[in-house]
Write a protein that binds this ligand. Structure first.
Ligand SMILES: *Cc1c(COP(=O)(O)O)cnc(C)c1O
Length: 369
């Protein structure tokens, strides 16, 4: 059997975040088992997509659900859905937008790398506001007959002056324009699975492979039935803009298993365990000269999860960047995130049991070394 070691790929202990470039997250046994079982049998794939979607919709208190190839793939099919609805001619015409709605409105303060998934459909992003937010009249003025959707990026990228999402939904809906929420990394809290759609968003889009710990190449579009039907028509196996973002039967059952697991998790116990790990790290590290450690909250994606922020004084003799690199280059390899100024972050959320001690030992080694 091929293996990472045979390919000379060293395992990494991930104390950074659910980053795609590090493999995203680790699938728990029940997710792996669901994928293994799914892999053994031929099925009617569109029918499976509908059944799995219905089950996930019920579990997450949504009207409907489409399983996508990831949150970014979910954005592509959801934007396409807003442009075409269930009009087969329009679906086949994409990405040629001649005669179709070709604008999507976004807060300027929300612009980020993932908006490429919106632009991938060929639409023009129409920015409203300034670096820190926007006014209601700016959204009103930006919406016109060519507007396919308003996209809202939930998380840490917004500004203090952003319009409240409720108001964005009100203004857009008054003009017959759907609102999509990119909530890719917005778990926990669990309630976010229904919060944005209950607020009135037409769809909320999540990664299956971040805190849900489903398959890496899976995602969720949760929302209105009309939009989910249009996502399915714009997705694989139909010849459509979403055909290259294929979702396999293994991903569908794996993601369903991950959601069932996530709903049954004791999230409170998990939060207190993370607090304990962060407090333990800070206690140990604060014993060292030149090191200042404290709890940082919320996470990099504004999730309600703590991290330890460690400041490395020049007196330590190794810079923050040198320490991050040697953690990664050493054995075992440990990935951590840079923070502002002279700091780095240790994140407990992506660690397996016991790894918090290895992370601490490796950091102590690099600080003292
Ligand atoms: C991670 C992320 C995505 C992409 O999610 P994938 O599931 O990896 O496709 C999109 N938007 C935001 C805000 C994210 O954090």
């Amino acid at each position: 059997m091929p293996s990472y070691s045979e390919l000379d790929i060293a395992p990494i202990i991930n104390a950074n975040a659910t980053l795609t470039r590090l493999g995203g997250s680790l699938m728990p046994p029940e997710v792996v088992e669901a994928m293994v079982e799914a892999a053994k049998v031929f099925v009617d794939l569109p029918e499976l997509q509908r059944r799995v979607g219905n089950r996930i919709a019920l579990l997450t208190q949504n009207e409907a659900c489409y399983v996508s190839s990831g949150a970014a793939g979910g954005i592509v099919v959801a934007i396409a859905a807003c442009i075409t609805g269930t009009d087969m001619a329009a679906i086949h015409q994409l990405p040629d937008l001649t005669g179709l709605k070709d604008e999507v409105v976004v807060h300027k303060s929300h612009r980020n790398g993932y908006d490429h998934a919106v632009r991938q459909v060929g639409v023009k992003l129409v920015e409203i506001g300034h670096a820190d937010g926007a006014f209601d009249w700016q959204l009103e003025a930006a919406i016109n007959a060519n507007t396919a959707a308003v996209i809202w990026f939930q998380g840490a990228m917004g500004g203090p002056g952003d319009l409240p999402l409720e108001q964005v939904i009100d203004i857009a809906h008054a003009r017959g324009v759907p609102v999509l929420v990119d909530a890719a990394a917005q778990l926990p809290p669990l309630e976010n699975l229904w919060k944005f759609t209950q607020m009135g968003a037409d769809a909320a889009i999540f990664s299956g492979g971040k805190d849900l710990r489903g398959p890496q190449s899976s995602g969720l579009v949760l929302g209105q039935q009309w939009l989910i039907d249009a996502c399915a028509l714009n997705g694989s196996p139909n010849h459509s803009i979403g055909r290259p973002m294929k979702v396999g039967k293994e991903e569908m059952l794996g993601l369903l298993a991950a959601i069932e697991r996530y709903l049954a998790l004791d999230h409170e116990a998990r939060f207190s365990q993370m607090e304990e790990v962060v407090a333990g790290w800070c206690n140990e590290l604060n014993q060292l000269a030149g090191i200042r450690a404290h709890r940082s909250f919320p996470s990099e994606a504004a999730q309600p999860m703590p991290r330890a922020q460690i400041h490395i004084d020049a007196a330590v003799g190794h810079s923050r960047d040198e320490i991050i690199q040697s953690l990664l280059d050493g054995s075992p390899s440990v990935a951590v995130a840079p923070g502002p100024d002279d700091s780095l972050y240790l994140n407990p959320t992506t660690l397996e049991e016991g790894e918090e001690e290895i992370v601490l030992a490796r950091l102590l080694e690099e600080i003292k070394g």
